[in-house]
Ligand binder design. Structure first.
Ligand SMILES: *Cc1c(COP(=O)(O)O)cnc(C)c1O
Ligand code: SF4
Length: 341
């Protein structure tokens, strides 16, 4: 965690989520052994883990099924040989975030009216399909002083109505640092909404502390938390509890998922995810097609199949539980709806 400058502030008593962050599983062999699985048979790759290290919270690993090499949670985190194979059409910056869209350190401004702040490059979990796995976070790790520049950028553009805390995972930052940042954002009069894109409440639910709720929901800004969960089995009782606390604090809860081969590429998995999210007070927002990032081609689903699956979901779910099927197109003014033809 030393690479996340924002959390360098002194945090009084050690919180349990920080203990979980300090005790992540970083060895594929260890993870597989704990599940009673054979690392050779699963195609574990040290080379893949060198480019993007394996990183899994123990609470997340505990939800994996013992003895199941196809476990949908395991597949999302395991560094495997397929990642190292060349894949035509896959690249390092498929979403076009490394050029003009990155006007200040830590600011990604691609869409009208809203922008992303890269609060930290760190995550509690490393998802193998992540489109940011090659993003030059080293250049986007702001010190406290540099946040001033990002905030000046927002203050200078009256059309920025929504600020999205992103990363990495912004909730890797501590409560105090987040509270300070959110207060500075709330002090900019034309900002109307705060949004947070995070996977932490799913993978380490204890991250939802009173201090965090106060930081996110304690200003004049309405707060939307967009979770990232891809499978209903990620959403256990502890996650449900964290969601209840966020909802009770007045936070609007949405979810984005990525459509992933071998994880959630079937109707049953998508229906169960939607139903489980609703039980937690979370509405499905986006179902993303995979970004074509190097190392993730083994998760790819052809667009026609994705569309077919989405039509089948639409035939089974109420409209408010149907996520929008979208794709990121470099240079486009918004996430693009995936449609026939
Ligand atoms: C996805 C994204 C947003 C948010 O888009 P919405 O459609 O409002 O959810 C904003 N900025 C960037 C750079 C994004 O990638
Ligand atoms: S939590 Fe999000 S940003 Fe972090 S590795 Fe997973 S998908 Fe990427």
């Amino acid at each position: 965690m030393a690479d996340a400058h924002l959390i360098a502030t002194t945090q009084a008593p050690r919180e349990s989520w920080r203990e979980a962050m300090a005790d992540l599983i970083s060895s594929g062999e260890e993870l597989l052994a704990s599940l009673g699985l054979d690392s050779e048979a699963l195609g574990l790759s040290a080379e893949a883990a060198r480019t993007f290290p394996l990183r899994v919270p123990r609470a997340f690993a505990a939800r994996m099924r013992r003895g199941d090499p196809n476990d949908p949670l395991l597949r999302q985190v395991l560094a495997v040989r397929e990642e190292t194979l060349p894949a035509p059409g896959f690249g390092a910056d498929p979403t076009g975030e490394q050029g003009d869209a990155n006007p200040r350190r830590g600011v990604i401004h691609k869409y009208h009216g809203r922008l992303l702040l890269v609060v930290t490059g760190s995550c509690a979990i490393h998802c193998r399909y992540c489109f940011r796995r090659h993003f030059p976070y080293g250049d986007n790790q702001n010190s406290r002083k540099e946040w001033g520049e990002a905030l000046d950028y927002i203050a200078a553009d009256p059309e920025v109505h929504e600020v999205i805390l992103s990363g990495g995972d912004p909730l890797v930052a501590g409560d105090r640092a987040l509270a300070e940042l959110v207060q500075s954002i709330a002090a900019i009069p034309h900002v109307k909404r705060l949004r947070v894109h995070t996977r932490l409440p799913v993978v380490i639910p204890e991250r939802v502390t009173d201090g965090l709720l106060q930081a996110l929901a304690g200003t004049r800004l309405p707060c939307v938390v967009v979770l990232h969960s891809n499978h209903h089995r990620e959403l256990d009782a502890a996650v449900a509890d964290s969601c209840r606390q966020m909802a009770a604090a007045g936070i609007t809860l949405l979810n984005q998922a990525v459509l992933l081969r071998g994880v959630n590429d079937n109707l049953d998995a998508q229906l169960q995810l939607a139903e489980r999210l609703f039980e937690l007070g979370v509405l499905p927002y986006y179902l993303h097609l995979l970004d074509k990032v190097d190392g993730a081609s083994h998760f790819d689903i052809p667009e026609a199949l994705a569309l077919e699956l989405h039509h089948a979901m639409a035939a089974r779910l109420p409209g408010y539980l149907l996520p929008r099927l979208v794709r990121e197109v470099a240079g486009a003014p918004a996430k693009m709806a995936v449609t026939a033809g």
